[in-house]
Design a protein around this ligand. Structure first.
Ligand code: ADP
Ligand code: MG
Length: 262
């Protein structure tokens, strides 16, 4: 049990406070603080192994923090209060919370044996116990939003990587999430398929969805993000508007990283 060091703020889309996580003796997150207001887009950049994926995984409760807390919409994730201490939630309560947070992985992770439509319909029906008849028209609308209305009956193997990733985005949206996390959503794609996926994400950003995106697409981050966070060795080294962090970085480690990826 860890202590509640400060009050989660109601109305904040995402807060991370004092997040620490180690794997064995290897510290991976070393005191992360993050505040994301509703409708903001945060791009997280940083070298391989700096803790970016671990940060996303702790935000949606896939991994537990050793210290600190995460709150989404003012509600603590994975824990509940007991006085000024935090106690772990049951697996079931955690699953319910995780349904409020969309997660799009590098590797799509679609169900191969389900059609595109069924991939999108599955989670709201199984995790949120909504009726298929109600979810299906929404799913078709979401597929139209990502430009795949005509592929609803196809199976994932019949689609390109870019199309599969757009299905994965529609699937995340089907849960009506308060927040969507993207972990390098275009890293596994052939170069010519990257822009179609980034265009869909940019559309979400414009629509006011709160997004946290781990990406190496620096030009995309510059255009789309409200805030860029540079992570190194499990710490936020620098954060701020793209024009500051990407074009006028203050920290030598940020400069060094950008000189390698730009
Ligand atoms: P990034 O996404 O920035 O590349 P990760 O969050 O994946 O970084 O990993 C950060 C560090 O934590 C790496 O050194 C990685 O080897 C280690 N790590 C990540 N997941 C695990 C795990 N499940 N068990 C042990 N070590 C892990
Ligand atoms: Mg990663």
């Amino acid at each position: 049990m860890t202590a509640l060091q400060a009050e989660p703020r109601l109305g904040s889309a995402l807060q991370v406070r004092g997040a620490h996580k180690s794997y064995g003796s290897v510290p991976v997150l070393q005191g992360i603080d993050l505040d994301v207001p509703h409708g903001q887009v945060v791009a997280v950049i940083g070298p391989s192994g700096s803790g970016k994926s671990t940060l996303l995984r702790t935000i949606n409760g896939l991994e537990r923090l050793d210290e600190g807390w995460v709150s989404v919409g003012g509600e603590l994730i994975g824990v509940r209060r007991e006085g000024d201490r935090l106690r772990e939630l049951t697996e079931r309560a955690l699953l319910r919370q995780r349904a409020r947070i969309g997660f799009v992985f590098q590797s799509f992770n679609l169900f191969p044996h389900l059609t595109v439509l069924d991939n999108v319909v599955e989670a709201p029906v199984s995790a949120q116990r909504r009726k298929r008849a109600e979810v299906e028209p929404e799913a078709l609308e979401l597929l139209a939003q990502v430009g795949l209305a005509d592929r609803a009956g196809a199976y994932p193997r019949q689609l390109s990587g870019g199309q599969q990733q757009r299905v994965a985005i529609a699937r995340a949206l089907a849960l009506r999430p308060e927040l969507i996390l993207f972990d390098e959503p275009t890293s596994a794609l052939d170069p010519e398929l990257v822009s179609e996926v980034l265009a869909v994400i940019a559309g979400l950003a414009r629509s006011g969805t709160t997004l946290v995106i781990v990406t190496h697409e620096i030009a995309f981050a510059r255009e789309t993000a409200d805030v860029v966070v540079f992570l190194d060795e499990g710490r936020v080294v620098e954060q701020g508007p793209p024009a500051c962090v990407l074009d006028d970085p203050q920290h030598p480690r940020t400069r060094e990283f950008l000189s390698k990826v730009l």
